[in-house]
Design a protein around this ligand. Structure first.
Ligand code: NDP
Length: 269
């Protein structure tokens, strides 16, 4: 991998206490950035903080409880980052989870919850961190927002009807944001992921695997059933590397765009 020095820069990763977010936080720390992560569950957050501090003993790391759906929490998180690091150069909107439901079994309340989660997990952190991102872009000529989105945005699945629909709307929002913020030198991009090994899938494995079935066998069987051309789930680190590319000057002439991290599942050209 190309080495890039992020000393003096600050990356904020929402949902940084598990899966893709945790791998992304590690990648930024390895490159010398100061990193702030958040999540709702204190125990998971403390565990992630300990893991990152053990891996990177000199880490400049802030871990804070914050529900991205709570405006007060998000503002307090942004203030804590400002107080600790004084700036934000890169914001990774990653927090969230998917919802398995068909049209027949999605209630109005479930629709609202899903739309709320997918939209406001991008809107609130972006709004709260934008003053710092603008400031960083003004001083250094560069700042970036990268959103973790799903291939469902372009290739909906009927068994995830609400998530697919919300993901498509968010992809549209990202394009508008990219155009609006481009004159301020804040780039906005996304990654579209297929299936990536993470806390969500570990929980499904615990619920759905046959007695004695290993994680490797369970994921390989699912990859076969889902016709993933590369024949396996993605690793959190593989999603993290795409996020890293889009967040740093490695992608300095790219905005309003996305990287497909789906192992070849996308059917469109
Ligand atoms: P994980 O469950 O491993 O991680 C999700 C992270 O988000 C955790 O840190 C979790 O912490 C945090 N989180 C969830 N909801 C909130 C919230 N409201 N406020 C703050 N933090 C929150 O899953 P992934 O790494 O897979 O998920 C990362 C992103 O990727 C999610 O947006 C997910 O929807 C998306 N995605 C993942 C796919 C996959 O196959 N893995 C497929 C498509 C999209 P806590 O629960 O403690 O708050």
């Amino acid at each position: 991998m190309i080495r890039i020095d992020l000393n003096g820069q600050v990356a904020v990763v929402t949902g940084g206490s598990s899966g893709i977010g945790l791998a992304t936080a590690g990648l930024f720390l390895r490159a010398g950035a100061s990193v702030a992560i958040c999540g709702r569950d204190m125990e998971r957050l403390a565990h992630a903080e300990a893991e990152l501090n053990a891996q990177f003993p000199d880490a400049q790391l802030l871990a804070r409880r914050c529900n991205v759906l709570d405006a007060g929490d998000v503002d307090a998180f942004a203030q804590a980052v400002k107080a600790r690091f004084g700036r934000t150069d890169m914001l990774i909107n990653n927090a969230g989870q998917g919802r398995v439901s068909t049209f027949a079994d999605t209630s109005d309340e479930a629709w609202r919850e899903e739309l709320d989660l997918k939209y406001f997990s991008v809107i609130r952190p972006t709004r709260a961190f934008l003053p710092m991102l603008r400031e960083a872009a003004g001083a250094a000529g560069h700042a970036a927002v990268v959103c973790v989105n799903s291939l469902l945005a372009l290739q909906p699945e009927p068994h995830m009807v609400a998530t697919s629909s919300a993901r498509a709307g968010v992809q549209n929002l990202i394009k508008s944001l990219a155009v609006e913020l481009a004159p301020q030198r804040v780039r906005v991009n996304s990654i579209l992921i297929g299936i990536v090994e993470s806390g969500q899938w570990r929980r499904r494995y615990a619920k759905e695997a046959q007695p004695g079935q290993s994680w490797e066998d369970w994921t390989a069987e699912l990859a076969r059933r889902k016709n993933i051309p590369l024949g396996r789930f993605g690793k959190p680190e593989e999603a993290a590397q795409a996020l890293f590319y889009l967040a740093t000057t490695l992608s300095s002439y790219t905005t309003g765009s996305h990287i497909d991290v789906s192992g070849g599942v996308a059917r469109h050209v």
